[in-house]
Design a protein around this ligand. Structure first.
Ligand code: 5GP
Length: 204
């Protein structure tokens, strides 16, 4: 039987640059995983192509897909639906290929429940690690701004506990390299490799 591919989920707080990092990864020649094109009800932005960037759907079409259980996960984000087509993901994994999802955090939570042995990567803004330092050294922000920043940062840190790896998006190339290295390492994990060897030694 064909060994299944790995489900890779890249998520993280809004505005961290998930889309930019994902596009960079898929523009690189040596990327060996498949991108799962999402469905959305939002309108195409300039230059976006249906079936390449997203599958653009109407509200009714999207709600029908939900009813028919055609989505692995979905979420409403800034007034629009976004979701991952389940058939593509399952078929591609069954072919032994790795599938890469770039989705927001509510969707990632749903995927974790359905695919607990997926690889979940949380992208964080560099400002998170610099936060305290910046706030303390700059000393120019009002108390309200500081409190707001701290509260956003706290939410972001709390979200991390659902993920296997955390990658700082300090520099796009570096973030991409780290993500690719994580995928390589994940393929070498004993829990993933061992069953293959055990099978090899099985005698009829
Ligand atoms: P944008 O409208 O900027 O392309 O995407 C908005 C947000 O939706 C981003 O955070 C992106 O990661 C997320 N997103 C894109 N596709 C999906 C999807 O299939 N499911 C979920 N849950 N979020 C998605």
């Amino acid at each position: 039987m064909q060994e299944k591919g790995l489900l890779i989920v890249l998520s993280g707080p809004s505005g961290v640059g998930k889309g930019t990092v994902r596009k960079e990864i898929f523009s690189q020649q040596d990327t060996s995983f498949e991108y799962s094109i999402s469905m959305t009800t939002r309108s195409p932005r300039e230059g976006e192509v249906d079936g390449v960037d997203y599958f653009f759907k109407t509200h009714d079409e999207f709600e029908k897909l939900i009813e028919q259980d055609k989505l692995l996960e979905y979420a409403k984000f800034v007034g629009n639906y976004y979701g991952t087509p389940v058939d593509y993901v399952k078929e591609t994994l069954d072919q032994g290929k790795d599938v890469f999802l770039e989705i927001e955090v509510q969707g990632a939570r749903q995927v974790r429940e359905k695919f607990p042995d997926g690889l979940f990567i949380f992208l964080v803004p560099p400002s998170l690690s610099e936060l305290k330092n910046r706030i303390v050294t700059r000393g120019t922000e009002t108390e309200d701004v500081i409190n707001n920043r701290m509260s956003v940062a706290k939410d972001e840190i709390e979200m991390m506990n659902l993920y296997d790896y955390v990658v700082e998006n300090d520099q796009i190339q570096r973030a991409c390299e780290r993500i690719k290295a994580i995928v390589v390492a994940e393929h070498c994990r004993r829990e993933r490799v061992e069953p293959r060897y055990i099978k090899m030694l099985e005698v009829e």
